[in-house]
Design a protein around this ligand. Structure first.
Ligand code: GLY
Length: 309
C-alpha cells in the first residue's frame, strides 16, 4: 500500500513533519495532528490557529476536527477561544469522550480540563486590521454601545474574501493502509460570533473511510455544509464510482445550490489505492496544494484543478 499525504497550501508549515512521520511508519492520526499543530502555531497562516482573523467582536474563534477512517470515531471543536491547538482538543474529544463535538464554552472547559495550551490567538496585526474595520464600518452610536448592538447587518462583511476564508486540511493513507483526515481553521473573518463553518462538521468539512478514501474541503464552508460534500465524495466511491467520478458528482451537487453563500470551494480527496484529486470550484486565482507519496522524497506543490462555471 503506497502511503500518501495531501494537504493544501495552508499546510505548508506542517507538511514536511507529517510526511516524515508517515514515511517513518507513524499512524495517520498522529502524523496529521503533528502537522496541523505546526500550522496552528504559525502566525503567517492567517486563516488557522494563532494569527487567524477574528469574528465581528474581534475575538478569534477556532474550529477543528479529526476522523479515524477505521472506526469513524471523530473529534471536533467549534468556536473554541483561548487555546493554541484546537486539533489536539479535537483529538482528545475523540479519545476521551463519548461525544463527537464540543462547541464554545464547553469546548474551552474541556480544553482546560485536559491541560491544553492556552494562547491569546489575536495577534497585533489582526487586532489592528479588525480595529480599522470597526472604526470604518460601525457607526459612532453603535461604537458607544458596543458590543450590545445588532450584528446581523455587519455580518454581511464576513464574506469579504480579502480577509481569509480558508482552512488547513490533511488527508493521509498511512503505512498500515489506514485512511485519516484532519482540518483546522479560524473560519471566516468578521463572522457572526458562534458561526461554525464546515470544518468541525464531520461529513461536511472532512470525512474518512479506510475502505474507500477521504475528502476535505476549504473555502466557503456554508456550501460544504449544505451539500455534505466530504461524506458525499466518500459515499460516491462506496457506491462504486472512481475517485474522479465521485468528485464530479460532488461538484454537481455544489453547482445545484441556489441562494445563500456561493463562493470558492476547494475539494481535496484521496482513495485507498493512493490516487488523489484536488479541485476548486468558483476560484478566481490559481491555487496549489502539497502532495507527498511514498518514494517521492520531499512533498511537492501541484496546481489545483480549476472547474469553470
Ligand atoms: N472552510 C472554512 C470555513 O468555512 O470556516
Amino acid at each position: 500500500m503506497a502511503r500518501i499525504l495531501v494537504t493544501n497550501s495552508e499546510g505548508t508549515p506542517g507538511v514536511g513533519e507529517t510526511a516524515t512521520m508517515l514515511a517513518a511508519g507513524a499512524g495517520g492520526l498522529d502524523a496529521i495532528e503533528a502537522g496541523i499543530r505546526l500550522v496552528e502555531a504559525d502566525t503567517s497562516i492567517r486563516t488557522v490557529g494563532k494569527g487567524g482573523w477574528p469574528n465581528l467582536l474581534g475575538e478569534v474563534e477556532l474550529d477543528a476536527a479529526i476522523i479515524d477512517g477505521n472506526t469513524f470515531r471523530s473529534g471536533a471543536v467549534g468556536a473554541l477561544k483561548g487555546y493554541l491547538h484546537p486539533i489536539s482538543v479535537a483529538r482528545a474529544v475523540l479519545e476521551r469522550l463519548p461525544h463527537e463535538m464540543l462547541v464554545g464554552e464547553g469546548a474551552a472547559r474541556f480544553a482546560g480540563e485536559i491541560g491544553a495550551e492556552r494562547a491569546n490567538n489575536l495577534i497585533p496585526d489582526s487586532e489592528r486590521v479588525w480595529r480599522q474595520w470597526f472604526e470604518e464600518n460601525v457607526s459612532p452610536a453603535d461604537q458607544e454601545k458596543w458590543p450590545d448592538v445588532p450584528l446581523a447587518q455587519l455580518c454581511q462583511q464576513a464574506i469579504d474574501p480579502e480577509k481569509g476564508m480558508d482552512t488547513t486540511v490533511f488527508l493521509s493513507l498511512d503505512g498500515k493502509g489506514e485512511i485519516m483526515a484532519g482540518v483546522s481553521t479560524s473560519g471566516w473573518a468578521w463572522k457572526y460570533p458562534g458561526r461554525l463553518g464546515d470544518s468541525p462538521i464531520i461529513g461536511a468539512g472532512c470525512y474518512a473511510d479506510t475502505k474507500y478514501g477521504a475528502a476535505a474541503c476549504t473555502g466557503a464552508g456554508e456550501m460544504a455544509i449544505r451539500a455534505g460534500t466530504s461524506r458525499a465524495i466518500v459515499l460516491y466511491m462506496k457506491m462504486g464510482l472512481s475517485l474522479e467520478r465521485a468528485v464530479d458528482e460532488a461538484i454537481d451537487d455544489l453547482l445545484r445550490l441556489r441562494g445563500g453563500l456561493i463562493q470558492r470551494i476547494t475539494l481535496h480527496s484521496i482513495d485507498r489505492d493512493g490516487r488523489h484529486r484536488v479541485v476548486a470550484v468558483n476560484a478566481q486565482d490559481q491555487l496549489s496544494y502539497w502532495l507527498w507519496r511514498e518514494g517521492d522524497g520531499e512533498p511537492h506543490a501541484e496546481p489545483v484543478e480549476l472547474v469553470a462555471l
